[in-house]
Design a protein around this ligand. Sequence first.
Ligand SMILES: NC(=O)c1ccc[n+]([C@@H]2O[C@H](COP(=O)([O-])OP(=O)(O)OC[C@H]3O[C@@H](n4cnc5c(N)ncnc54)[C@H](O)[C@@H]3O)[C@@H](O)[C@H]2O)c1
Length: 343
Amino acid sequence: MLSALAFGSRTLQSASRSRRFSAFAPPRLFDYDTITKNLAVTDAIDSVEAAFGALARGKVDVPMPMHIGIDESDAAGPGDCHIKGGYVSGTKTFTVKLACVSFYKNVEKGLPPGCGVFVVVDAVTGAPLAIFQENRFMTDLRTGAAGAVAMKYTTRDQGNTVGFIGCGAIARNMARAAASVRDFQGVVYALDGAEDFAKEMSAELGIEFSVAGSGEELCEKSNVIYTQTPGSDTVLELDWLQKGTTIIASGSDQPTKQEIPSDVLKASKYIPDLVKQTSKVGELRGAIEDGLMSEEDVYCELGDLVNGKVGRETDELIVVDLTGTGAQDAAIGQVAWDKLGAL
Ligand SMILES: NC(=O)c1ccc[n+]([C@@H]2O[C@H](COP(=O)([O-])OP(=O)(O)OC[C@H]3O[C@@H](n4cnc5c(N)ncnc54)[C@H](O)[C@@H]3O)[C@@H](O)[C@H]2O)c1
């Protein structure tokens, strides 16, 4: 079989050399303004949900993320480039994403410290269809969409008070996405930006958001808690939590970060987006290092809930650990191409 394949490929190669092919069309370039005007988190939820289901069935090819470090010299840097991607089996495109962050010297030149592109590729021909200059906007959308999927499968239908610890870009997308799957009232707490968040998101979503004076006060009032801080400190404690709380943590996506104390994780029904990632860069990493948990303690992955496993049963504590997967990148890439490619 192998030699037949090798022979077939040699035959194809020599046939390719003697044939003249027409060229692929160049990929279309979509700029930041076009993307932000035409794409919203609500566009991404269904396809991100389907991608999680496929991921848990082993139907997504997601390589571990790649990192290129740009050390500081006279010629370049400092900066970091993160590369993620994936292909959801049976879909028409695959995606490779390049996120450049921490180019701090840009700021002196009046430029932002980060930028990024998604390359969406035709899964039939292998030809790039489009380059989306999204500068992390599409990453934020697919992250919010994962928060909506977590909300849908781990919370009750009604009577939810949703707390947001950390009130930046991710929190806004989590709030928009959560509002598309549940009615709720909101509480917010952050070191900076909570008042602005409450005002802006109340106006945008028509939901009441109050500002808590501390993380503890927020936990007392909330039965669903989204955390999206930079993960330099833990942001809540076990004895602050109500019975039956769902925590949806997305701040930790690097091995240096932790938002949720290990004893909270240990006490919970723990649901990662992708255990091979959360054990390295998510909340699970800290609990493993503290000797409190192992991968055996994982209840299931988020996609298993999409595929029918029951999330919330009674008043158990649930922690969903979102580190961001290539499956989500592939899903939002397909959505962006379907929507903007038709413009
Ligand atoms: N999981 C994923 O898929 C994913 C995707 C993108 C970003 N992220 C991560 O999410 C985190 C948040 O990103 P962002 O762009 O929203 O950041 P941001 O800087 O826009 O917002 C951070 C917010 O957290 C608050 N904060 C910081 N430390 C806090 C603390 N100890 N207690 C309470 N509030 C605190 C800040 O005041 C701010 O409101 C980052 O760690 C980022 O790397 C994760």
